[in-house]
Ligand binder design. Sequence first.
Ligand code: ADP
Length: 306
Amino acid sequence: MTEAPRLCVVGSSNTDMVVHCDRLPSPGETVLGGDVMVAGGGKGANQAVALARLGARVALVARVGSDIFGDQAMVNLSRESVETRYVTRDKGHPSGVALITVDGRGENIITVAPGANGALSPADVEAAEEAIASSAALLVQMEIPAETVEAAVDAARDLGVRVVLNPAPARPLSDDLLGKVEVLVPNETELRLAAGVGEDVTVEKTARSLIERGCGAVVVTLGGQGGLVVTAEASARVPAFKVKAVDAVGAGDAFVAALAYGICSGRDLEGAAAFACAAAALATTRRGAQPSLPSLGEVERFLQVR
Ligand code: ADP
């Protein structure tokens, strides 16, 4: 058996507080919901946990507050076997918190208080150079300051480590950044904002415009439609698996992490995308972000019976 890949994630860590209710409140309105569900969240922590459950060795570079949510995050990450040596306890900012309300149809409203995530700095990335250097890939999202994303991507490039970028939340991307990314993994909204292109242009053409601007490949997630893998030479649809989806929260994070895991464990991009669709499909069958992320065994069993 080949050794489990090692990856480094630079990103956010939040505490998610989720309440399910029949319908979302209008401004000024109060609605009553079910019991609150408190779970680890933030795209950085979610993707680190997703990688660890898939069996990867993973270090997270993040910041949490010196508060009770930060305590919980550290315990939770350690329990998930995520290396927390580079998770800094910030003394000046509270932990990131996401307040999430979900209605009966799975629609949600999310308010994020970024807190300590906004203080994750290029110096934090520099302090984690050893973790980046020893990784097969750097995985980064955009819930942290732009200069920290750039520092992480630059460090990986300088160290010869491949870069997988999940450009979420959506924002325009510079040619400089794109030129250092091996695989970009946006959803359709993020793709269009990254490229500055409207809905009159196809997903494939939009993805190809980003490749022309310098990134190696683009894997677009398309919700219940699966994914689209676009390289300079070709493009391929990767169908979604048919499942009884109850909550898409966490599916994007499961997909991105499983794709990064896939390419670091020797799959080609299309194979990694199919593996990612399986992990993401499983995540849609369970509620919440981190609670819904599948283990490697679950993904393998799921793929065997398909
Ligand atoms: P995000 O939540 O980041 O916008 P998507 O909605 O595109 O991400 O979903 C990510 C991935 O999750 C998809 O590419 C697909 O593989 C999987 N997925 C999402 N919704 C479903 C569904 N209803 N059935 C099966 N797979 C799904």
